[in-house]
Design a protein around this ligand. Structure first.
Ligand code: PRP
Length: 202
């Protein structure tokens, strides 16, 4: 097998399918930013008993760290959607893979994403949740690609704005693999290669 994560728990480089990825955000940088987001979210939702709506699969690692950084009472639920399947670009169509269980009418919802790329997934989720008459719907994402996203609403909490390059690790996959990497990695452009950006999340 040529793909490998050799040597250490957080390797500086990862080689996958003839592509090289390097660390964009280290585990420590992520930990610090998650703590800051957690403090902000705790202040905003103090006494409101929000439901944290985790968007599977990508956000499960971010969500578990973020949830443990909150010092307020909160519930958690899960929804699984897919916009990319195993392709490099979005199909433009969101598929529901698993619906959530909570009764959201009259509740405060905080939707947790790992990344907002085109914004299609969040547009879809916002419409879906608002039909259920919650008290509020807000969005937190670890990563946001502002050059790519077309949202008609503002994101409430953003960990890091990034460029349009492909990223993986800390929940983000390459063909369903490498979600287990402890850092966020970005694809490195090789000499002679015109463009290392090709949307995200295959
Ligand atoms: C990814 C990611 C977001 C979505 C963002 O999910 O986790 O949910 O794409 O892209 P968008 O802003 O262009 O809609 P994906 O469909 O790859 O599924 P996964 O979470 O299981 O990897």
């Amino acid at each position: 097998m040529s793909d490998n994560v050799s040597g250490s728990i957080c390797p500086p480089e990862v080689h996958v399918d003839n592509m090289t990825f390097q660390v964009l955000f280290s585990p420590e940088e992520i930990r610090q930013r998650v703590q800051e987001l957690g403090a902000e979210i705790s202040r905003r939702y103090d006494g409101l008993n929000p439901i944290l709506m985790v968007v599977l699969n990508g956000s499960f690692i971010f969500a578990s760290d973020l949830m443990r950084s909150l010092d307020i009472a909160c519930e958690v639920d899960f929804i699984k959607i897919s916009s990319y399947g195993n392709e490099m670009t979005s199909s433009g169509e969101i598929k529901m893979k698993k619906d959530y269980d909570a009764l959201v009418k009259g509740r405060h919802l905080l939707v947790i994403e790992d990344i907002v790329d085109s914004g299609l997934s969040l547009q879809f989720l916002k419409r879906k949740f608002e039909l259920q008459d919650p008290s509020s719907v807000a969005f937190v994402t670890l990563l946001h690609k502002p050059e790519n996203s077309r949202l008609d609403f503002k994101l409430d909490f953003v960990g890091f704005d990034i460029g349009s390059e492909f990223v993986l690790g800390y929940g983000l996959d390459y063909q369903q693999n490498w979600r287990n990497l402890p850092a966020v990695y970005v694809r490195r452009e090789e000499a002679g290669e015109p463009d290392a950006s090709s949307g995200n999340t295959v």
